[in-house]
Ligand binder design. Structure first.
Ligand code: ADP
Ligand code: ZN
Length: 433
């Protein structure tokens, strides 16, 4: 179902004229109210009036996570605190959290975008949404919550954690849509199994998962274990929270970006040059409707590419491909660039390997070394030591063959790697850089 037929299927030309008008308004307001933006624009010799076409966006300076940190906590707000009704913060996965604010119109925009997203992911008014994204400063829980209410679905605000209780509620309330991180979805499946509850007997139809990278192979694993169709949802607090893009369940191939609210670009992270559709680089987003916390050319550090081809679902909004990783998660192992999700992808192809793993990176003599700790099934684990060694060797060989990097593989006992209730922490980085 398309929640907002008018906007989501708008012809490009009409969309672009809306985008330009909104971009101009955003730039003017940011210039007038946020000292950071005024200084940045002046430094580049720009005035808001210089933006006369969408192409002029490329003249504007970038905004980086560090800029937000320098203005911690409220320095980037474009409205007085009187008009701010909500404050959130990023999870702080990669350092000091950044703080964001919303006016009541922003909260409404976000709810609309999340209603669109949930509908694209298969939800209708008749659905019961088991929302296991964490509620709190993290945007996941409340983002889904407001969207679900806006859509008119029933939402169970279960949040993350207390996993056994979650399983009982899933059994008793019969939710039809699960929203959580992909890693927590697997944890729920495992807990259910231990409690003798089969997902086959539950009512779930769709799962809407995001907040962390997950590979196509992980999707297959989850779809099979949970007996659902799984779609990917993307977002970041700096931009608005979840709902910055979502896969439609019809295509499950790239996440539609609501371009009437956000303009997306892909840049080469090294040269900062804007790349054409189809090429892979860092996603940069400009918000064009936000009031309290507008972002202009915000460098997300997430790696993806854009796809402007028409989609079977009828939406005209461009799609971004699955995030392969964050620029700051990229490992350089003996000169080869690799993202954790690529390693995940290889692991998930191997029979007997469980979807729980951890990567540890060290640096010795200027070279990165990678240790992969991965759980294996009970069957494999009860094999003889020699068999286990051979199995570890096979995994290392696959990683070498497919990614070209050498890794030390350590097999872990089933259920020995800590489970996450939110974002999984998969990379332990011991490098001092
Ligand atoms: P933090 O950067 O501290 O984790 P957020 O909680 O705002 O802050 O999380 C946003 C980040 O989470 C994104 O920039 C991205 O790296 C990651 N993320 C969110 N959704 C997805 C997704 N569907 N696939 C991959 N990564 C995602
Ligand atoms: Zn689509």
């Amino acid at each position: 179902m398309i929640y907002d037929i008018e906007y989501e299927t708008m012809p490009r030309e009409a969309l672009e004229s809306i985008q330009l008008r909104r971009l101009q308004a955003t730039v003017s307001r940011a210039y007038a109210t946020v000292p950071y933006y005024r200084k940045k624009f002046e430094g580049a010799g720009l005035k808001p009036g210089d933006i006369t076409s969408l192409n002029d966006l490329q003249q504007l300076p970038f905004t980086a996570k560090q800029d937000l940190r320098d203005n911690y906590p409220f320095g980037m707000f474009a409205v007085p605190m009187d008009n701010v009704v909500r404050i959130h913060a990023s999870s702080g996965t990669t350092g000091k959290p950044t703080v964001v604010g919303y006016t009541s119109r922003d909260i409404n925009t976000w709810a609309e975008l999340m209603a669109r997203a949930l509908a694209a992911g298969g939800a209708t008014r008749g659905d019961i949404i088991h929302n296991a994204f964490g509620y709190g400063l993290f945007t996941g829980g409340l983002g889904v919550h407001y969207g679900a209410e806006k859509l008119g679905a029933s939402v169970i605000p279960i949040s993350g954690g207390n996993t056994k209780r979650q399983v009982l509620i899933m059994k008793d309330f019969g939710p039809t849509i699960l929203t959580s991180t992909p890693s927590y979805a697997l944890h729920l499946a495992e807990a259910a199994e231990e409690m003798g509850v089969s997902f086959k007997d539950l009512n779930f139809r769709f799962g809407i998962f995001g907040a962390e990278p997950w590979s196509e192979n992980m999707r297959r694993e989850i779809e099979e274990k949970l007996n659902i169709t799984a779609v990917d949802i993307y977002g970041l607090s700096e931009v608005i929270g979840p709902g910055v893009s979502i896969e439609c369940h019809e295509a499950k191939s790239g996440m539609h970006i609501p371009e009437d609210h956000f303009i997306a670009e892909i840049i080469d992270p090294a040269t900062k040059e804007v790349l054409p559709y189809g090429e892979t680089g860092e996603l940069v987003i400009t918000s064009i409707t936000k009031e309290a916390f507008p972002v202009i050319r915000y460098r997300t550090r997430d790696i993806t590419s854009l796809n402007a081809e028409p989609c079977v679902c009828g939406r005209t909004m461009i799609r971004m491909n699955k995030i392969s990783g964050r620029t700051d998660d990229m490992l350089i192992i003996r000169g080869v660039n690799v993202f954790p999700s690529q390693i995940e992808s290889v692991l998930m192809e191997i029979e007997g390997v469980e979807p729980h793993y951890q990567l540890e990176v060290d640096r010795k003599d200027n070279l990165d070394t990678l240790t992969v700790r991965v759980e294996v099934s009970q069957g494999v684990f009860s094999d003889e030591v020699k068999e286990l060694q051979r199995f570890g060797g096979t995994i290392a060989k696959e990683i070498k063959e497919l990614l070209g990097i050498s890794a030390i593989v350590k097999l872990a006992e089933p259920k020995s790697i800590a489970r996450s209730e939110g974002k999984a922490s998969r990379v332990i980085d011991n490098r001092n850089i």
